[in-house]
Structures are given as structure tokens and as C-alpha cells.
Design a binder for this molecule. Sequence first.
Ligand code: SF4
Length: 415
Amino acid sequence: MADKETRSRRLKTASDIARFMADYYYQLDEATRSGSRKIAWCTSVGPAEILKSMGFLTYFPETHAALIGTRKLAADFIPSANAIGYSPDICSYLTADIGAYLKGVTPLAKTFPGIERIPGAHVFVYNTNQCRDVQDWFSWYSKEFGAPLLGVETHRNIGEVTAAHVTSIASQMENLIEPLEKIAGRKFDMDELKNVVALSRKCSVLWEKCLATASAVPSPLTFFDATTLMGPAVVGRGLQSVIDLYGLLLEELSERIESGEGATQGGERYRLYWDGMPVWGRLSMHSKLFGDLGAAVIASTYCSSWIFNSLDPAAPFESMARAYAELFIVRSEAYKEKYIREKLEFFKCDGIVYHDAKTCPNNSNCRYGLVQRLRSGTGIPALILHGDLNDMRLISDEQTKTNVEAFIEQLEENS
Ligand code: SF4
């Protein structure tokens, strides 16, 4: 049935995924209250496999920050973080999340009845592959909670991922083991790590296949739906239950392809690719805005960020180092240009939308001429939307609407 707000047809598996996410937060809450399990905070593309193999429950504050965004609460919290020295111009995940903590509030409480606070922490583990902000973010909480801070420093602007990159990052990951053993109170077991890496890889392969179904015409999936469907790939990679979930999702998407059922209510006169962060507080609005104009936003760079197909249980540390250094966000401009060009072709896109997120330069790819280079190389029209992932004060809905309508008109004229 059509969702009157989003203009996309809801997938049945979305309910299973929502239940998985609820269970995930309740398990963290129970562990926080009872102390039954050690909890590690991890960045979204951090070395989660190591932590899981050592028995930690893993909490990813970026998902909490995104929840603040979808609930449109960030502007209430950001000023509190600004007041202790975190600029309004830096990552609005960081400022919204720390601001919420300072105010003693969490959207988890309304979303999951019975949960009153964010999870506790025994250790904070980051990887700077996505940005430096995560290091600052975790560093603040580490002091606040009095728990150790560990991290991996990843090179930036990587063209080809070389043996030198892999050796450097793998050795940093191996160096995490000794302090983690002390915190976990147990020995590291290589077989357990191999098992988690194998599960994580299976999750990655399935998630990639789910996203790839969007190459079908009409697409059974939209970018807006994928931003919530990807939750288990972020928080639950390395678990069998997530593999089962994505197996179901892939089946459902394949059934849609067989029956010719597209995800976008009203059809897809134009197929669009989204680059950059989602605007969490405007997912429904943007889905409707594009859907009403017959434009299906079907694929994105963002949702592909949790594909780690280089993971290999035969060489866990080296393959983790490679997989987490191969991410789009870590790569050179030349790599990014080639990547997007290939995706536009694979997904048969008529246009591309770049979200220039004010507080996330790391995931805004329209600032150094890439838009123009890709446009002249492919002839595919591009639209830049100025906004933000979380801070809705940085968005003009009127301007967005006007720009999107003008863009679709341009596509009409070109067709
Ligand atoms: S990549 Fe962007 S949104 Fe994500 S943590 Fe870093 S600055 Fe924030």
C-alpha cells in the first residue's frame, strides 16, 4: 500500500528490521542497567568485528545522532554543545549528540518505551577513516565517562589501497587487542574473530545485492527507504540474525522486480542518484517532493558505505584494514569521480543530486569541481542541494522545492 507521506511503497521486511533495531537498543539498555555485558562504543565504520569477537556489545552513536535528526530535535541540542566550545560549523551529529547528553535527553526514550538513557561505555573505539570529528566526539565522551579511548588513524585521499596502507592500518588494529583484553577481562581468540569477519562479509555481500536491485526498472527500492533499512548493516554486521534479515529483504526486493512493482508511488519518469548525507529531518518530505514529480531517487553513495567485500576470514586483520580503507569517503577525488560515474551507469540514472551538507565536508563531494567534471564527462544533469544532515536551521525548504522542481523541468526539456 502506498505510504501517503513518503510516496514509496513500504516493504514487509521493514517491520522485521525495525524490530531488530528495537531489540538492539533494548539489549544495550539491559546491559547498561545490569552490567551483564561490556559495552564498546564504535564509530560506524570502525573495527566492530574485533569488538564483537571479544564479547563486547557495540553501540554506534552516529545512529543515535541520526535518530535525533529524524526526530527534528537537533536544533534543540546543538546550542548546548556550542556553549562548551564545539562550533556550529562542525559535524552536527557530534554537536546534536553531545548537546542531547548535556541536556540529559535522548530520543531513545520516546522511540523505545522503558529506555531512559543512552548506553554506558567501557571503551571508546574510533577509526578516522570517515573524518576527524569522530575522534573528537569519542574523546569528549571518554573523559566524561572515565573510560579508555582507543583508535585507528587512517590515511586520507587514498587512490589505490596499497600494501603499505594495509600494513599500517592492520598493525594499528592488532595493537588494539592488548588493551581490549584488559577491558574485556578475557583473551582474544583468533577463531572467534575469523568467525565474526566471515559473518560480516556475508552481511556485506547481501546488503550490496539488496542495493543493486535498484538497477531494475522500475526500482524496487528507494534511497530514502534504504537509509533506514541499512540500520542492521551498521550496528549488527557480524551477526547471523542480520544475514537472515537481509536474505529476506533480498527475496522481497527480487519478488518486486519479478512482478514489475516499483518502490516509488506514481512511477519513475526519472531515475536519480543521491550523493552525500541524507537530510535526516526531511526524509519523508524529500521522498514526497521527488515522488510527486515522478522522480525516483533510487541509489546513493551513502547507503553503500557499509559494503566491506574485502573482508576475508583467512586474513582477518589485513582484510579489515583493506575493507575499511577502501571506503568511498577515504578515497581520492579521481577515485570518487570514477566510482560515481560507474554507479550512474549501473543504476541507469537520468540525473544526480548532490547534498552539500554544511557541517559535513567529508561527505559533501560537490566542492572541488567534481560536479562539473562528471557533468561534462557523462552529460548527466546535476543538482546541488544546500542543507545539512541534522541541523534543520541550515535548510530552506522553499529553496529546495524550487530547485528540485526546476531540475525536473530541466530533465523534461532534455528528454
Ligand atoms: S562523516 Fe560527517 S556526519 Fe559522519 S561523523 Fe564525520 S563529520 Fe559527522
